[in-house]
Design a binder for this molecule. Structure first.
Ligand SMILES: [Zn+2]
Length: 972
């Protein structure tokens, strides 16, 4: 396409190369509708499409969030109840989701299959521009909120998917804190409103207000579209034009500016969060200082502030973090720089402190920052932080997420404010400029301008309050009671009728005709086989090495797997603590600060973990202490040098430092527990069943958390034992015997890495050690674990192998069917939980679980009734094909070379060869409805064991006490 040329309604405005992401970018404008489009052309077959709208909320009733849910519940062309779910069931998508931000709503999809990509775009375009919400108000009631009343004697209740999701969100102190920062700093803007919806505000939302919002903002003149990948642009433009954008005429949007120009008078805010009755209130407060950092920052300042946050607060050597810890201002200190807002925010948080320290907190921050600005920041730490940022930018490794998605989202975040969506991706220029200015006080200047001299700031105190959850629930019940008492009989009957009506619609199945509107691929569209992962097994100096080659762009990924079978079970917790401490304490040559700077300056990171690999068709599993590093190939020898330094000479004699690490670890675990209650419940449940379950519980589950809790409480007394344990474990593990090396790199550097690794191996201690076995026998406890939350995480399961069943491809298909059909409809749609899943692992471990669930017993009953669903399972050919395509594509998710290396190595340890992978895939592909029905016997046997674990609200647990062996608080 040429500049100014018009094709399918689009005019090409500009074109430029962006080397940083190996793409040609094009800006296009759809003349008639006013839609703007950004195209990234490259060779990546993981194609991405996203469409985003500015959706500034006027209040906290959650309209943007509820709309995000609702538009995916049926549209003009796609008339089934939930097209989004149908896509999850049977598309080859590599990413499908929708996200609500404080100021925008984004709908992204990705796929490696061209036909599938068009299908996904079709469903999403139709959803956002022609949703069924206008015709069917029940969509709003189900996803947003509605009154539930089965008969006139019952209590009136409020239900709704988003309503319940937000109840879960507002149970976490960190969420309460982070959401209040924007509100306090930008009180006169849209950011003062909660786009997700505040639980107390959501029920004020009317259907009319909701509809008006869609009318106003879901228009092409208010949208930004991004296309990424190796697809054919002209075909994509033609598609977007016809029947979609060509249906609209450009309109004036007139969206007010969101800038907070007046600095708020209020300089401090006090808030509360819920705590359990038997939890200690001592030192449970949060203190936070946040700054508005200019506005519409240029990319250089965004990058600079991002690095500055890392320098000040992100590493063990960070001066501000260290000072706050040393002055005992909190048990955990962390920073944040959020540049995705029109006015970016920089914040510093002290977790678990006392509110009386508020002033001291502010003073010490000012004092430290002033001293840094005046005397300069230590050059080593600056170079270390700049290097690690540069490494991450170049590596562009986003785990399992499509690259185009991450680039697209980051570009969009800036595009909605400015006319330059590309600058933020072009990091080379600002990076170079920053590097040149380091010596001339660049970061010191940022500290002065954006922090010290910045009056636009606020201090937030978040205090614990017991009984807050109960108080709120009581008030809610009271209000609903009062409201109900004022209703006339006919009004009550209307609510009962609506409740029944909604339930019937929820239970009713989609007609075949409606389901057929969702495009579906043929089985022949699937790849014949999944990518083979080639692992070459070799020897380096007598040690087994596992090599995977791929295009790693000059980066070497090296892992050392040290045999840890000799560790006694009682010492597993200590070992798990050890891996969290390594690299963060002094060694022979370096102080822990110097060590951190060395690691970040030379490498892309060095990590330590304790891993297990269960051997196929066996109860046996391997335990490894894994060291992982990544670095530019010539720098791997620096990694090795540092790894040896850490493993051979770490010192555990700095008591205060160790205490800091223990506290931070405990604090970070608390945050994880708060938002993944289902994981806590599942891990706990599996520890009732077998040795590997016990292992995971002791090294990363609640058991490990409690160990840290006790350690922190009684640190002075336990410190000597700690020192002794860590030293002994480290000496026994750091050994050349049974150590295996994993390497992922590009072919050219294989020799270099082998050479460097050989040098490293020469230094390793070499002595024999004996193997231990786990001694504890698992015990079924059926616990109810209480948290200060308004929702539950319900888990039930057992091990099917122990009951004589074998893993099969049908199980893989079944977990998809259960998650997207049976449990989706019962636990999510009808029950109001955010999610529900079933997992069936190769080793037999089976867990049904729910996420942010208002129910408990009812959900257990749903799990129990799975057999009824299974017995009657009789899908059409098309429906079955959908599940198979979905299952296969989840097996075929694209992997980066680094991920391929990891997967291949894990398979080696687990003794899973290509044949096993291939035959499993064949089984999945050949699954028939009868194979699914045949699983009934296994599911009945698993559920009959009645093994459960629930994390949830204390009152709710007590009410259902009969199902539990015992009820106890989680954080104790
Ligand atoms: Zn949501």
């Amino acid at each position: 396409m040429k500049n100014n040329e018009l094709k399918y309604g689009f005019r090409l405005i500009s074109e430029e190369r962006i080397d940083e992401i190996s793409s040609i970018s094009r800006r296009l404008m759809h003349e008639q509708s006013g839609a703007e489009l950004l195209h990234f052309e490259n060779t990546d077959n993981n194609k991405v499409f996203l469409i985003g709208f500015k959706t500034p909320p006027d209040n906290s009733r959650g309209i943007p969030h509820i709309l995000e849910h609702c538009v995916l519940n049926g549209s003009r062309k796609f008339t089934c109840k939930e097209p989004f779910v149908e896509l999850l069931k049977g598309s080859m998508q590599t990413f499908t989701n929708a996200m609500t931000y404080p100021d925008k709503t984004v709908y992204p999809v990705a796929s490696t299959n061209n036909q599938d990509f068009f299908n996904l775009m079709d469903v999403y375009m139709d959803a956002v521009f022609f949703p069924n919400i206008y015709l069917n108000s029940d969509i709003f009631r189900q996803e947003g909120w509605h009154y539930k009343l089965n008969n006139s004697e019952d209590n009136l209740e409020i239900k709704g998917v988003v309503y319940n999701e937000m109840e879960g969100v507002f149970s976490s102190p960190e969420q309460i804190l982070f959401r209040s920062i924007m509100k306090s700093l930008l009180p006169d803007t849209i950011y003062a409103n909660e786009s997700g919806g505040e639980p107390d505000e959501i029920p004020k939302l009317t259907y009319e207000e909701f509809i008006a919002f869609h009318k106003k903002y879901y228009h092409p003149s208010n949208c930004k579209i991004i296309l990424y990948g190796d697809g054919n642009l002209e075909k994509q433009l033609a598609f977007l034009n016809e029947g979609y954008l060509d249906q609209f005429q450009r309109k004036e949007m007139n969206i007010d500016s969101w800038m907070q120009t007046k600095i708020p008078k209020n300089k401090s805010v006090e808030l509360v969060y819920p705590l359990l009755e038997d939890e200690s209130e001592n030192a449970k407060a949060y203190l936070n200082l946040s700054y508005v950092v200019g506005n519409n920052l240029n990319p250089e300042t965004v990058l600079g502030m991002d690095i500055l946050e890392h320098i000040l607060l992100g590493t063990p050597a960070s001066p501000l973090k260290n000072r706050l810890l040393k002055e005992n201002l909190g048990k955990d200190i962390f920073g944040q720089f959020d540049s995705e807002l029109l006015q970016p925010i920089f914040s510093i948080t002290a977790k678990h402190t006392i509110p009386e320290k508020k002033e001291e907190f502010g003073n010490i921050i000012n004092e430290t920052l002033s001293s840094l600005a005046e005397n300069g920041i230590n050059e080593q730490i600056v170079r270390a932080s700049v290097n690690i940022k540069e490494f991450r930018l170049r590596e562009a490794d986003f785990g399992g997420y499509p690259k185009g998605l991450v680039f697209g989202l980051s570009s969009l975040a800036h595009w909605i404010y400015s006319d330059n969506p590309l600058e933020i991706l072009e990091f080379e220029k600002p990076l170079k400029s920053i590097k040149e200015k380091i010596e001339n006080g660049y970061f010191e200047g940022l500290i002065k301008e954006y922090l010290i001299d910045n009056p636009h700031r606020i201090t937030i105190s978040l205090l614990p309050k017991k009984g807050l959850t109960e108080e709120r629930m009581l008030k809610k019940t009271e209000n609903l009671k009062n409201y109900k008492s004022e209703l006339s009989d006919s009004e009550l009957n209307a609510i009962i009728a609506e409740t029944n009506n909604l339930r019937e619609k929820q239970i009713a199945e989609d007609s075949e005709e409606n389901l057929k509107t969702i495009p579906l691929l043929k089985l022949s569209d699937l790849n014949r086989r999944s990518d083979k992962i080639e692992i070459i097994s070799d020897d380096i100096d007598g040690n087994r090495s596992l090599l995977h080659t791929g295009d790693t762009r000059g980066i070497g990924y090296v892992k050392y797997f040290f045999d840890a079978q000799m560790i006694f079970q009682d010492d597993l917790k200590w070992t798990s603590l050890l891996v969290s401490i390594l690299g963060k304490v002094n060694t022979e040559k370096y102080s822990y600060k110097q060590l951190s700077n060395e690691i970040l300056f030379h490498t892309g990171g060095i990590g330590f973990s304790l891993d297990t690999f269960q051997i196929e068709d066996s109860e046996e599993f391997l335990t490894k202490l894994t060291v992982s590093t990544k670095a530019l190939n010539p720098k791997i020898k620096d990694s090795n040098r540092l790894i040896h330094e850490i493993l051979s000479s770490s010192k555990f004699d700095d008591k205060n430092r160790i205490r800091e690490i223990v506290r931070e670890l405990k604090s970070r675990m608390e945050m994880t527990i708060a938002h993944s209650g289902h994981q806590v419940a599942s891990t706990r449940l599996l520890s009732y069943l077998n040795s590997i379950g016990i292992h995971h519980e002791c090294t990363g589950g609640l058991e490990f958390y409690r160990f840290l809790f006790q350690l922190d409480m009684d640190f002075d007394n336990k410190y000597e034992t700690l020192k002794d344990k860590l030293n002994k474990i480290l000496i026994s593990v750091y050994n050349k015997q049974n150590m295996i090396i994993g390497v992922t790199s590009d072919l050219d550097s294989e020799k270099l890495l082998k050479h460097d690794i050989k040098d490293y191996l020469m230094q390793l201690p070499d002595s024999k050690s004996s193997k231990q076995t786990i001694t504890t026998t698992p015990k079924i406890l059926n616990e109810g674990l209480s948290i200060p939350s308004r929702v539950q995480y319900v888990a039930q399961g057992y091990n099917f192998r122990e009951l004589g069943f074998k893993h099969s491809g049908a199980m893989t298909v079944f977990s998809r069917i259960a998650g997207l059909d049976y449990l989706w409809n019962t636990v999510r749609v009808q029950g109001g939980a955010y999610g529900s899943f079933v997992s069936l692992a190769r080793n037999g471990d089976t867990v049904f679980s729910s996420y942010r669930d208002p129910n408990l017993k009812k959900t257990l009953q749903v799990f129990q009734d799975t057999n009824e669903y299974l017995k009657q399972f009789n899908p059409s050919e098309r429906e079955m094909r959908k599940y198979i395509i979905g299952s296969i594509s989840s097996l075929d998710k694209p992997l980066t070379p680094k991920m391929k290396g990891s997967v291949g190595i894990a398979r080696y340890f687990k003794k899973i060869n290509e044949d096993i992978i291939k035959s499993h895939r064949e089984e999945v592909r050949g699954t028939k409805p009868e194979h699914i029905r045949e699983l009934t016997e296994m599911i009945v046997a698993v559920l009959e064991k009645k093994v459960i674990c629930v994390v949830g609200n204390e009152g709710k647990l007590q009410k259902n006490k009969s199902v539990f062996g015992k009820i106890l608080p989680i954080f104790n």
